[in-house]
Design a protein around this ligand. Structure first.
Ligand code: EPU
Length: 333
């Protein structure tokens, strides 16, 4: 392992922000991670870089977690446990599972990032979250170098949330993640409108049919980070109480919404942002995507600070227009 100095992080974050790492090291194995921990340095963990906005240079030792490998263990004729090392590319991993006819992750096709960080924000799309198939993960405790196993209930998964974003934030390095997937009798989820429409003439959709539909939907709405820098949804969809919702609905009868519980309604932040006139707008090299207003983009040379300022401007406007506080979903560094 070599510790490199003054490395640009532009290729390592999907927003394409040109922040500098004072020191940078790639961990290719579990033992590499252990050796790095034994250095007792302040660490900045870098996985796929797909859910972060870098607003400054990083003075800590940046550790690029690049552990690779997939293994499987059969449970019975219906289920298999599939374990991926943290540095496996998420989408390639999903495609690999589909090629083996292992079901459960197909709705999560084409999400950028690595396997190791998917539990941190409980990634989700089109009616499915990883918590639905997550079995366990292995992580190294940074303070002690000890290995810990976290089962599904240990992770406190919520909407784009887990214990790793709260109590245990910055305390562990996730090294591998195991999913419990189906080998037959797959539990397909085609409840999301656009998937349903894409498959309406298909009586017996396969895992690949669902994955293909998801890929087509994502490609039609979401910018490819290889072409335009972005981190997917920049904000969370806000949840408001029924009283406030009713007041807003009088003014905006067409406002889309989903019922979360008896007293909670979720509003698509993309709609609020579009209604406020931001969709497709560009401010220098920072902008709001033309097909999905929830996605902020870097057209080339925007700084993290510029994108963050745009995000704050959007938050203030939404607060003024709708009295709703938008919460940033991406990690702002
Ligand atoms: N909408 C608009 N204008 C927009 C965008 C959305 O009016 O520009 C409204 C539409 O009414 C649309 C509704 O918002 O029907 C929902 O839009 P969409 O289906 O695109 O989903 P989303 O709520 O904006 C969430 C996730 C996405 C995920 C999709 C599909 C969050 C923060 N985002 O977006 O996740 O792919 O659902 O399940 O929950 C991500 O987290 O990075 C991400 C892309």
């Amino acid at each position: 392992m070599t510790i490199l100095e003054n490395i640009s992080l532009k290729p390592y974050n999907t927003f394409g922000i040109d922040a500098i790492a004072k020191q940078f090291v790639t961990a290719n194995s579990f033992n590499d991670v252990k050796s790095i921990l034994s250095l007792k340095k302040d660490l900045f963990l870098l996985s796929g870089g797909s859910n972060m906005l870098l607003t400054k240079n990083i003075e800590k030792l940046v550790v690029h977690l690049n552990l690779k490998g997939i293994t499987t263990r059969d449970i019975d004729e219906n289920y298999v446990l599939v374990t991926a090392e943290a540095g496996e590319n998420w989408h390639e991993f999903v495609l690999w599972c589909i090629s083996k006819n292992y079901g459960g992750l197909e709705n999560l096709s084409l999400i950028p990032g690595y396997v190791g960080s998917c539990p941190i924000q409980n990634i989700g799309a089109y009616g499915v979250e990883i918590k639905d198939t997550f079995y366990q993960l292995e992580a190294l405790e940074i303070a002690t170098g000890k290995t810990h196993i976290f089962n599904n209930s240990d992770c406190n998964f919520g909407y784009r949330n887990s214990v790793f974003k709260n109590n245990l934030k910055g305390k562990y390095i996730i090294t591998k993640v195991t999913f419990k997937l189906t080998k037959q009798n797959h539990q397909l989820n085609i409840s999301y409108g656009a998937i349903k429409s894409a498959l309406e003439n298909n009586q017996h959709p396969t895992l690949k049919d669902i994955s293909d539909a998801v890929i087509a939907i994502r490609q039609s709405k979401l910018p490819d980070p290889k072409e335009i820098g972005n981190s997917g949804s920049f904000f969370k969809n806000p949840v408001i109480d029924t009283e406030s919702f009713k007041k807003l609905q009088e003014k905006y009868p067409e406002m889309p919404h989903y019922i979360v519980s008896e007293n909670e309604i979720k509003i698509p932040a993309g709609w609020l942002i579009e209604q406020s006139g931001f969709k497709g707008k560009r401010f220098g090299d920072a902008g709001i995507h033309k097909n999905q207003a929830l996605v902020l983009v870097n057209y080339g040379n925007a700084t993290g600070k510029e994108i963050h300022e745009l995000a704050q401007h959007i938050q203030q406007t939404i607060l003024q227009n709708f009295a709703i506080e938008l919460e940033i979903e991406v990690n702002v560094i």
